[in-house]
Design a protein around this ligand. Sequence first.
Ligand SMILES: Cc1cc2nc3c(=O)[nH]c(=O)nc-3n(C[C@H](O)[C@H](O)[C@H](O)COP(=O)(O)OP(=O)(O)OC[C@H]3O[C@@H](n4cnc5c(N)ncnc54)[C@H](O)[C@@H]3O)c2cc1C
Length: 387
Amino acid sequence: MTAKFQVVVLGAGFGGLEVARTLSETLGEDVQTTVVDRGDAFVFGFSKLDVMFGHTDADRVRLPYTDVTGPGLQMLRAEVLAIDPQRRTVTLDSGELTADVLVVALGADLDPAATPGLVEAGHEFYSVPGAEAARDALENFNGGRVLIAVTSSPFKCPPAPSETALLTHDFLTARGLRAASSIDLLMPLPTPVPPAPEASEAILAAFAEREIGWHPNHLVRHVDPAARAVVLEDGSQRGFDLLLAVPAHRPPQVVVDAGLTEDGWIPVDPRTLRTRFPGVFAVGDVTSAGTPKAGAFAEGQGRTVAEQIIAQVHGGASTDAYGGHGACLMEFGGGQVARVEVTFAPGERPYGRMVPPSLENAEEKQTAGTNRARRWFGRDWQPVPSR
Ligand SMILES: Cc1cc2nc3c(=O)[nH]c(=O)nc-3n(C[C@H](O)[C@H](O)[C@H](O)COP(=O)(O)OP(=O)(O)OC[C@H]3O[C@@H](n4cnc5c(N)ncnc54)[C@H](O)[C@@H]3O)c2cc1C
């Protein structure tokens, strides 16, 4: 009896889960897919905003990895300690795995401590504990200067800080604190969504209507806790009473130590997601594939990788190439959601469009989450009790 074809997927986020589910659905028991993650549950990025603004709580948005089951599919809770991309061998805290095909989908690590003063004086909202602490800070806020800022680039989900500004406006308005508060957004980008001018215009119009200050091309270098001010790249300062910050992003140390990265992230062929090591793919935020760091892209890349593995197992070659399409269902406030579609096709200028904010799009966003929960975790999911 020949040994089963072994696929090892490192990381159970958007990218890793999509690879694993597609392989299990298509190849069943013909292939053994082992997915490794240190965590016990998955949380959608957008759920962190729901937690921060008190729309739901963290327990409700967790999708436990014990629900990831299927033919030929095994979920393993372990820390990845080392990767040997030449041998396709992975060292875990619980043993060693060797793969015929290895998929690295370990995402981007968050490092709030890399920005001096941030942990002492501000709140990052990109992790679940960070979003919970930011929720408490918002609950205790009595009005004043709210600053939403970014501390490194690239960062996950470029529309998220703009969504945060619009949702902060709603939050303060509902508590009768808006008149006593200012909201300012500092972004390292020239426009809110650079590849989609129509979306950027609509977001800037929404900011103007709500008197949210927009400050493009601004990156925070450090925070001065004594002065309660952020210090920007050019040395200038801006004061705050409440700082909501996107923390610094960095590649997981284990992929750097493995020699997989160049200039920070893992370079891949943007059409196939192959790394320079035979039989080793990388998808999602851990790569420099040329797409934004967002779940929609990680998921699409995961599907492309799965198609190539399926073709290999069937003894052929996949002709599917990754197209760089992604859609973000962006919160606009007032329960309305816009659909921002962008395409980062390899070798082409990125472009995009927007379906204007509506309550129908808000429903589509709920459905997109519940559909993924059903597909990846085989369960029904109602993350937000009522909107
Ligand atoms: C506030 C916020 C809002 C967002 N909104 C959206 C949105 O509306 N739409 C959208 O498309 N994207 C959104 N995103 C971005 C999205 O969440 C990420 O881009 C996406 O999760 C990336 O998927 P990934 O598979 O590359 O990595 P991840 O989903 O980050 O998964 C990586 C996994 O690897 C595991 N891991 C890492 N290192 C190790 C190790 N050494 N050992 C074991 N396991 C390890 C981690 O535990 C993690 O589960 C948002 C993000 C945030 C923070």
